[in-house]
Design a protein around this ligand. Structure first.
Ligand code: ATP
Ligand code: MG
Length: 631
């Protein structure tokens, strides 16, 4: 299907069609792919049991669609541009033909170790091309990949391996993080002491750190790959066979092993990638996420490759060798579409503008944002300095569980509104619910965001725990998928995500979303980033406690606090004025850059005895500083 939308009316028409007859709509899109066998039935579903199946009876292999299908026209086109950690090193351009060969070899290497359809493989690797090969190789032979971000500790890897019973781990002997070298292999060794299901560890030699190899378990990638051929027939998969397991970021509690399946996922990710960004043939696309997150799975690999696109994989970090690293790489590869997270934007905003101005960013056409609501101040900075006010910002709201974009503007089609994810994509049917479970059907409402009809890439279950899946997502509002997020739908029908429902603060009976209050505080010119939480307050029920990062050390703290309160008062109203403002140098974030407000809530409540699961925390030291400075 042609996904180019010429106007807002064309979107509205497509949306209407997708709602009037979802099965027709999705089967039209699915028809573009290579199916070994066509599906018998488009959709079967029952949200009361948390059961969904798409393209029932269809047979396919996703790598045949992401790679082989393109070979007749695109064998020599670049599929992946790999930008190394150190800008002095050379970038790699991997064509579709080379990708086919590499993925096939890795697939055969895994098969040679006895890996077969349905087996779980844990991948713990830096952002190097071999990571992409490993992921796609699993998909090719029908093994279920479980990618674990290569910044996690031994304990977190062990938890994830045990939870899904992986039999193989693929890792490397090390990775770069800016100027640091990390020894991934010894972290894996420690994890594997607690993982008896793992029989084989395949180690890619990246840094030649001289790591120890355990006889009978550890194998060198380069030795094994030399033994296999490049002919790897893809495994025929059922549309509903498992493609991967991926753990959520853990912002709200213990991570959940979300299960995604082959057919619906492929169709939806492809469609949303092409639609939201209005991707055109030949464009260079760069998503800065790590492959260890859903954003990396869906919109570094499967989306762009299924569309025959050119996707950038970046090994480094935005702040090394200096704060211009992203902008330098955009210039170098003439990136057309750049997709990053608000947390990255806010940290780069702190650096002098000269880091941006040094580079030619004129190739940029579309910008994207994901991970949390983008505050208005960051939105304007991004729009002005990076997009030069000519690139739409595609603020994509979605989750690990949804697999792909749900609410998002469409590039050059949807009129933008800063801090708003705007409108549902075709096929997505949001419903805003009040606390009592009643759907709010008009515009100009605020409540809990649910989705009332299935979409093809939704997670099918939590690995090994369907009961938890049902309870987490389908029991709060029977018959609907509950996202856990709060939202506003304004008079125009535009959605604004106001934060997690669990984080909502109720001040004197008024519901206050964290995102809105934070965005208002961030408007003060001295404020870089903020997190707010509620705490018990004698008179108001809950008071607002703000943790604020400043651009410069404050000259007069009390005066600044007063100004910040005034700023919030002007933007939202006096009711939203923070009661307490603590200046901090950092915030507790997950390794995907999300604020763990539940930890801050404990600090604000003065109860730090049990902080819950903190294994996905990026920098535990920050918590000590915050505890020490609590008001
Ligand atoms: P866990 O579910 O384990 O607590 P998590 O929710 O942080 O972890 P993800 O699936 O990575 O794990 O994040 C999805 C969440 O991120 C959404 O529910 C939403 O709260 C937030 N989010 C993502 N993109 C946006 C966006 N564009 N606007 C607003 N919020 C967003
Ligand atoms: Mg979540």
């Amino acid at each position: 299907m042609n996904t180019t939308l010429s106007s807002f009316d064309a979107y509205a028409e497509q949306y209407q069609k997708s709602i009037a007859n979802p099965e027709d709509f999705w089967s039209n899109i699915a028809a573009d792919f290579k199916w070994r066998k066509k599906w018998d039935k488009v959709l079967e579903w029952d949200f009361h049991k948390a059961e969904v199946k798409w393209f029932v009876g269809g047979k396919l292999n996703i790598t045949e669609n992401c790679i082989d299908r393109h070979l007749p026209q695109r064998a020599n086109q670049t599929a992946i541009i790999w930008e190394p950690n150190d800008p002095k090193d050379e970038a790699k351009h991997i064509t579709y033909k080379e990708l086919h060969e590499q993925v096939s070899k890795v697939g055969n290497m895994l098969r040679a170790q006895g890996v077969k359809k349905g087996d779980r493989v844990c991948i713990y690797m830096p952002m190097i091309p071999e990571l992409a090969y490993a992921v796609l190789a699993c998909a090719r032979i029908g093994a279920v990949h479980s990618v674990v971000f290569a910044g996690f500790s031994a304990g977190s890897i062990a938890d994830r391996i045990q939870d899904s019973g992986c039999s193989v781990v693929i890792t490397s002997d090390g990775s770069f993080r800016g100027e640091k070298k990390l020894d991934l292999k010894s972290i894996v060794d420690e994890a594997l002491e607690k993982c008896p299901t793992v029989k084989t560890a395949i180690v890619f030699q990246k840094l030649k750190l001289g790591v120890k190899m355990k006889a009978g378990r550890d194998l060198w990638w380069h030795e094994e790959i030399a033994k296999v051929s490049a002919d790897c027939p893809p495994e025929e998969m059922d549309a509903e066979d498992m493609l991967f397991i991926l753990y959520t970021s853990g912002s709200t509690g213990k991570p959940k092993g979300m299960v995604h399946t082959c057919g619906g996922y492929m169709v939806y990710i492809n469609y949303t990638f092409r639609t939201a960004f209005q991707y055109r043939d030949g464009q260079v696309y760069w998503c800065t996420a790590d492959l260890g997150w859903i954003t990396g799975h869906s919109y570094i690999l499967y989306g762009p490759l299924s569309a025959g696109g050119t996707t950038v994989i970046f090994e480094g970090i935005p702040s090394w060798p200096d704060m211009g690293r992203f902008w330098q790489a955009i210039e170098r590869h003439k990136v057309n579409i750049f997709y990053t997270a608000p947390t990255a934007i806010r940290s780069l905003e702190k650096a002098p503008l000269s880091f941006v101005e040094k580079y030619d960013l004129s190739s940029l056409e579309v910008l994207g944002s994901v991970g949390e609501p983008i505050n208005e101040e960051a939105w304007h900075w991004y729009n002005k300095n990076i997009g030069k006010e000519k690139c739409p910002i595609i603020d994509t709201w979605w989750q690990t569980e949804t697999g792909g974009f749900m609410i998002s503007p469409i590039a050059n089609v949807t009129k933008l509104k800063p801090a708003h994810a705007t409108l549902p994509l075709p096929g997505v049917q949001p419903a805003v619910m009040d606390e009592n479970g009643k759907e709010l059907t008009t515009n100009g409402v605020e409540g809990r965001l649910t989705i009332k009809f299935p979409w093809p890439s939704m997670a099918r279950t939590i690995y090994g725990d369907h009961k938890r899946f049902f309870e987490t997502y389908f029991s709060t509002f029977p018959g609907k998928y509950f996202t856990g997020d709060g939202c506003k739908r304004d008079e125009e029908g535009y959605y604004r995500i106001t934060g997690r429902v669990d984080d909502i603060i109720i001040v004197s009976g008024h519901n206050m979303g964290t995102a809105e209050v934070e965005s208002a505080i961030d408007e003060h010119h001295e404020v870089c980033e903020t997190a707010v939480v509620g705490y018990p307050h004698d008179i108001k029920g809950q008071g607002i406690y703000a943790f604020v990062i400043l651009y410069h050390p404050p000259k007069d703290e009390e005066k600044l606090r007063g100004e910040i309160k005034e700023t919030v008062s002007k933007i939202i109203g006096p009711i939203a004025k923070p009661d307490k403002i603590q200046f901090v140098s950092g915030l507790p974030k997950t390794r995907s850059g999300k604020i763990m407000r539940r930890i801050l809530r404990k600090v604000a409540e003065g109860d730090t005895s049990n902080l819950g699961d903190t294994t996905t925390l990026l920098d535990p030291a920050v918590v000590d500083e915050i505890k020490a400075g609590a008001l």
